[in-house]
Structures are given as C-alpha cells and as structure tokens.
Design a protein around this ligand. Structure first.
Ligand code: PEP
Ligand code: MN
Length: 347
C-alpha cells in the first residue's frame, strides 16, 4: 500500500502517518519527490481499512499495490523516477549512455577508451575492476588499482563512473571510488549483496539475471530500495533462451513490460546480449526504440587484445557511428541524446 501525501504536506504530517502505520503493523518508507512525498507501507496482512489513513491530515490518497513488489512499483511515482549518477540524470527525457571497456586493463587502455567514448557523446564511463568470470583461470580484474584508474579518468574527463561489485566485502571499497555500483546478472539474487548496496547511498545498476523473470528482477530491486536506497537503475542484458546464435537473447519485451510495472529507469545492455560486435548496434537501437532510458555499451580500442569480452566490444569508430545513428531515433521516440559534458571540450 502507498500513501500519497498532498503537495506541501509538512514533515510533521509525514511523521504522523508513519506513526499511525507503525501502530497498524506497517513499516513506512517515505520517498521524497520534487513535489510530493509518497510513503510506501510494507507489512500487515490483511490490510486495515484504508479510510482511516485517508482521513489523516496531509494525506491525498491511499493506493493498494497488488504486485508483490511495492516500493519499486509504478504507483509510487507514475511519472517515472530520475536517478542521478554523479551529475548525470538517468531516466527523464535525456538518454543516458554508459560506455567503456568490459574490464579496466591498463591506464593507456582506459584513457584511450574514455577519450573516444566521451567525444562520441557517452555521458557515463563503465569499466570492470572485479570481473565475474566463468573460469577461475581467466583474468579476474585489476581490483583496487582499476578503481583508482577509473577515478583518475573521471577527474580528467568529468564522466561519472559505473563499476561492478561482486561481494559484500567489496561494497565499501567500490563505493569510495565509483559513482554507481553495478550488480551483475550472476548476482541479481545475491540477497545479502542487494541488502548491502541498499544500505549505502551510491546509486545501483541492477542487471537482470540471465534466467530471471521480470518479477524476480523487480523483487531484487525491492530488496535494495527496502534498505533505504531508492536510487536503483534496471539493466536488461539478455536472457538465456534456446537460441545459441547470440550470447543471450535481448528481451526487448522486458523493457516495455517493466516500464509499465516500475517507476525505476531501465537501460539496455546490447553488448552482453549480442556477444558479437556486429549485432550490438542493431540491438542498441531496438532498446531505444522500445523506450529504454539509455544504454550500456562495451567499447575497446583494440578488441583483439581485450582480456575479457573482446568479441562483443565496439571499436571507437563503430561506437561513434552508433551514436550518430541514435540521434534521429531518439527524436522519434521523444528523447534526446546525452548532453555533451562541459569538460568534454577541454580534453
Ligand atoms: C559486465 O557488465 O561486464 C558483466 C559482467 O555483465 P553481466 O553481469 O550482464 O554479464
Ligand atoms: Mn563484459
């Protein structure tokens, strides 16, 4: 159940509603929007008479949420949420484009990539420091050294940094360097990790598990928000199907379906879905056409030398061409490409 406060309702009125909720057996989670406060109420079954709450001062209306996910459901913020990653808005009219290598491999590789993707119009930088690899013998990432290189790349270019956190014990460290923490597909239902990133304040990119239903994905987001961190961004990155041609099948339907179910921003990662660079741009455009709030794309200046996911990496010229091709498409769906970052001209 959700209690929507009137615009301008006072803090005392919000607290009074929370006290009443507590007395009824609910935990109240206030969510402070630009115009209104909405209180998500989790708990008591069966639901009490809603009129009792509707009569409290400052309350506009009470909405029952019939889904198992509550705090992330669309009803909480029908207009859709905008999550700030550093100074970049994700959600809203402007598309967000996160680009960079699968893994940080060296200062030269990272700087060459970030310079190129920023020039092409990306407004966020990605790069793995801790890599989830199928084989324990594969490159596992440069760890904290990579985090330092990412922070240095942000200093030079102004692009906020997104990087993956694999384990609870890494959260504090990664949060010191990154502007947003990525939870990878393999960890989407690592509930302790979800709780831990929910207890810190950096935004979280939650990738869809490769065998997760849309509802399971949204329930995973609910774990994070339930701990107090409302800044969650969903990423559709392809699911396992019977089709072996692509690495995963990009579930474009999930973008459309989840859009109706949740107020959280939704991005598409065409790189891990495709598995092959030749298919990445087409899937990226499909994601934008379906209404995604932006993209996450892997780019490497020398894919043949990449230590992970080389076959799906776009070279900077191909990424630049993709960005160009997105301009009319973005316009057709009522969006705009990322604003060029103010520091961009300087480097
Ligand atoms: C990645 O972004 O490099 C990654 C490992 O993605 P996923 O968790 O979607 O496989
Ligand atoms: Mn990768």
């Amino acid at each position: 159940m959700i209690i929507v406060m009137r615009p301008g309702a006072s803090q005392e009125q919000v607290e009074a509603v929370q006290q009443r909720l507590a007395a009824l057996g609910f935990a109240g989670h206030p969510i402070y929007g630009d115009h209104q406060v909405v209180i998500g109420a989790i708990g008591a079954k069966p639901l009490p008479d809603l009129e009792v709450l509707e009569e409290l001062p400052g309350v506009e209306r009470v909405v029952r949420v019939m889904h198992p996910f509550k705090l992330v459901s669309r009803e909480v913020n029908p207009a859709g949420s905008v999550v700030m990653v550093g100074d970049v808005p994700v959600g809203g009219r402007q598309l967000a484009v996160i680009a960079g290598p699968c893994a940080v491999e060296s200062e030269a590789q990272l700087m060459e990539t970030v310079t190129a993707v920023r020039a092409a119009g990306a407004n966020l930088l990605r790069g793995g420091a801790f890599k989830p690899r199928s084989s324990p013998y594969s490159f596992q990432g440069m760890g904290e050294e990579a985090l330092k290189l990412l922070a240095a790349a942000r200093e030079k270019t102004g692009l906020p940094v997104v990087t993956e956190v694999l384990a609870v014990r890494q959260v504090e460290l990664v949060a010191q360097y990154a502007d947003a923490l990525q939870i990878g597909a393999r960890n989407m239902q690592n509930f302790e990790l979800l709780r831990e990133v929910g207890r810190q304040s950096k935004p979280v990119l939650l990738k869809r598990g490769m065998s997760a239903t849309i509802e399971e994905w949204l329930m995973a987001a609910e774990y994070i928000v339930n701990e107090g961190n409302q800044n969650v961004i969903l990423v559709e990155r392809g699911i396992r199907t019977f089709e072996p041609a692509t690495r995963s099948t990009l579930d474009v339907s999930a973008v459309v379906v989840a859009r109706g179910l949740t107020h959280l921003p939704i991005l598409v990662d065409p790189s891990h879905a495709a598995g092959k660079w030749q298919w990445v741009s087409g899937l990226a455009r499909a994601g934008v056409a379906a209404g995604a709030d932006g993209l996450m794309v892997e780019v490497h200046p020398h894919p043949e030398q990449a230590l992970s996911d080389g076959p799906q990496a776009l070279t900077p010229p191909v990424f630049t061409e993709l960005m160009r091709s997105l301009a009319p498409l973005a316009q057709a769906v009522g969006r705009s490409l990322p604003q060029r970052h103010p520091v961009a001209a300087a480097v």
